[in-house]
Design a protein. Structure first.
Lengths: 171, 405
């Protein structure tokens, strides 16, 4: 049985109509935008019914210019190895208290990737067995990949690189 | 550092006269871990009951750094991911930008890239396998194959000037053509490596001690491996024939004939055998590429992304302008998101790039295979001996630079 991405979208449409939208294809991959409430069920359906057995990647993104309820995104890449079909899913999350269901009950590989996403963006994953920081130190108070967090500490006194054309304002 | 559940377990069972419970720190700086990882082990005598890995000791915030660098300046950062096969990371990143900007690469450049990436794969696998030998008590093989790695680094040096952190290639092709001297070096290297790997395999493959130390050690089933997101040789050792080079051929891999070796048990010995077999496939791919190396350009003519010739920069105004434009990252890139993956030394190395059309990536996420499959380590060493844990770690080929990014 050959499976193509259109059939996947059709099957999702018949099961989860209204739970996802904005189906777009670019650079050889189809992206669907999923509602926060449906992401776990959709990933479960894709894994169990359509054999998307490899969770390639989980990551986050911060969009400071978006509307308040779409400031963060959790992005999932799933891969059906046998049919070689990939799909990307994006869940937008609000600025206030961004949280989404964890994929750890379905994929062990989600564990550290979700911890990494939490570590850098502050996106919390519900039902995660160990929602703590992973790469940064536990005492850290900021989420460093958020756009408002500067690359370097602006108050650093030991370094002055204005003469190299770089200030905190034009970086 | 203490783990609460270990302390509780010890407190509960400390009265039992048959148990010899203790908490042991394996790492962060331990000679047999080949990198800075810490594993806190709960041991009963010499058996591992439970373990708690800690990662992040050499985290360098690459994903933040790259949001402040033009595309051109990100290639050297990718060197520092899996530093045992830096050229694969470099070329993987360059191909991501080429995919985003729609740059066509001449066939000759694609073939040269294949040669470089396969050389990198050989070094990656030989380090992993020879260090596995060291960890199981065979130092000779390690010293013996390391001269091949030195020769491969000589080839990199001839091609691009760099060795360990190679910064090889450019967005749009290569920085210079493969000179006859480099081709001769590669041919000599292949001849020598066939001999060396043949002898290395005679030393290791059917070695009683090596087999006893590795067969059945650190095994994982195909199903669990997929659940843990394994890719690359570690997944193939469990019997799943997934290889990005076959599934989604890039850089003209479809032109070459090669096999995908798979194992069956998913244990340390199978991982060793799969890597060893892949070295032979890589040698064959390089030979095919050298034999059929097409004529033509070694880089794209798209002057918006590829640097003009140095001679022209010094003598022609237009070339000088383009030189500045490329170096300062002022070329227009499309808005969009790209996921590009290559078969790295230890699995599917992915680059997920969100571009907002500006000179730096809006977001760039590295899908680092090590980071994902190292999660399974705790499960793989459960119930094993301490010395098996060391062999398992070696055979997984966890590279600290890639793990912590």
């Amino acid at each position: 049985m050959a499976l193509n991405i259109q059939q996947v979208i059709d099957q999702l449409d018949s099961r989860f109509a209204g739970q996802f939208g904005n189906v777009e294809s670019s650079y050889g991959m189809t992206t669907i935008q999923v509602r926060k409430s449906a992401i776990f069920d959709i990933v479960k359906f894709l894994k169990e019914e359509l054999s998307f057995i490899l969770l390639t990647d989980v990551c986050g993104a911060h969009f400071p210019d978006n509307d308040l309820d779409m400031r963060f995104a959790a992005i999932y890449h799933l891969h059906n190895l046998v049919e070689n079909v990939r799909i990307r899913m994006r869940v937008f999350l609000p600025e206030e208290n961004p949280e989404v269901d964890s994929m750890t009950p379905l994929f062990e590989s989600a564990n550290w990737q979700e911890r990494e996403t939490y570590d850098f963006f502050g996106i919390r994953f519900i039902n995660h067995p160990n929602m703590t920081r992973i790469l940064n130190m536990d005492e850290m108070e900021v989420f460093p990949l958020r756009k408002e967090y500067p690359l370097e500490d602006a108050g650093r006194a030991d370094k002055d690189d204005r003469f190299f054309g770089r200030t905190i304002h034009n970086e | 550092m203490s783990v609460k559940r270990f302390d509780e377990y010890i407190a509960k069972h400390s009265k039992d006269p048959d148990r010899e419970l203790q908490v042991l720190n394996l790492g962060p700086t331990h000679p047999s871990t080949h990198g800075i990882f810490q594993n806190i082990l709960l041991m009963d005598g010499e058996t591992i009951l439970d373990s708690e890995p800690t990662v992040g000791y050499i985290h360098r915030a690459f994903e933040k750094l790259v949001e402040h660098r033009p595309y051109y300046q990100i290639t050297p950062i990718t060197d520092r991911l899996n530093y045992c096969s830096a050229p694969i990371n470099n070329i993987g990143w360059e191909m991501t930008v080429e995919k985003l900007a729609g740059i066509e690469i001449p066939k000759r450049a694609q073939y040269i890239r294949v040669i470089i990436m396969e050389l990198a794969r050989i070094t990656d696998h030989l380090i992993c396998n020879s260090i596995l030998g060291v960890d199981t008590g065979a130092f000779t093989g390690f010293l013996y194959v390391y001269q091949i790695r030195e020769k491969v680094y000589d080839v990199y040096e001839t091609i691009c000037g760099g060795r360990l952190t190679s910064n090889i290639g450019r967005i749009g092709g290569l920085e210079r053509d493969l000179i006859p001297e480099a081709i001769q070096k590669i041919k000599d290297l292949l001849e020598q490596s066939k001999k060396t790997f043949g002898e290395f395999e005679k030393l290791m493959n059917r070695n009683r001690i090596f087999m006893d130390r590795t067969i059945g050690v650190g095994a994982i089933s195909a199903e669990r491996a997929l659940n843990y997101g394994f890719t690359g040789p570690n997944l193939r050792a469990t019997g799943v024939d997934y290889d990005v080079r076959i599934n989604e051929p890039y850089s003209s891999y479809e032109d070459f004939k090669f096999n995908i070796p798979v194992g069956s048990a998913g244990d340390t010995y199978d991982r060793y055998c799969v890597r060893q077999a892949e070295i032979w496939e890589s040698i064959s791919i390089i030979e095919q590429a050298l034999k059929n190396l097409p004529d033509g350009d070694y880089a794209t003519s798209d002057s918006n992304f590829y640097l003009p010739k140095k001679q022209d920069v010094y003598t022609k105004m237009e070339a000088l302008i383009y030189h500045f434009k490329v170096v300062m990252g002022e070329s227009d890139v499309p808005v969009g998101e790209v996921y590009n993956c290559v078969e790295g030394g230890n699995g599917e190395l992915g680059f997920y790039l969100i571009s907002d059309g500006s000179r730096t990536p809006f977001r760039l996420h590295f899908r680092r295979p090590c980071f994902i499959y190292y999660q399974a380590y705790a499960e793989m060493i459960k119930g094993q001996m301490l010395s098996d844990a060391v062999a398992t770690l070696s055979s997984l080929n966890v590279i600290a630079g890639e793990l912590d990014a």
